[in-house]
Design a protein around this ligand. Sequence first.
Ligand code: URA
Length: 207
Amino acid sequence: MVASYNECMDCERLVNARQDNVIKFPTYYNKPVPADGYEKTKFLIVGLAPGLHGANATGLPFNGDFAGRFLKQNLEENGFKLSRERKSGAINYCITNAVKCFPPLNRPLQSEINNCLRHLKKELSVIQPYFILCLGAVAHNAVMKACKKDVLIKFQHGNSFRVGQRIIFDSYHPSKRNISTKRLTTAMFRIILKKIREEIEKVNPVE
Ligand code: URA
């Protein structure tokens, strides 16, 4: 099953940016970027939105840019693998963004985040994750809305909590800025991945 949002025209500003980028960067993907992994998987990671020269270029979330390299390297070193790579002994994950289109200056408007919720909800209904890692406050708020509207828990790095049957984890986003200012370090991120691994292994020791 493949998620396809190519037809989405919900956000005028983002559609215009997409069309501009087709001219500026004709070799780039320049479309809404679907989840990488679109099948039942216990663990889902949710980021902010495609980076211009990363996911917007390659068509895969967290692929081709600094944030993606930091994230994937740390996931790999801690025993997590993309579900489509099907590595035995690893914890499989799918990955997506709260907003599927590249937003100018990497800043989606609240209306764009709200419009995109329908795509995130659809992904949640297909992937059915029990564990969700939210990278940053935008991802946290979108996941909270997509899971259950009436839960009022604010984003807090390192926090984890239950929403229904799910466990949600919060981490600062691995953006270049957060890494270069040391707001998020490899050591900090490892602590979160270790916590997630422990929770997943309580349910299912090794996949
Ligand atoms: N790349 C993505 O796909 N999402 C982000 O949030 C950052 C970079």
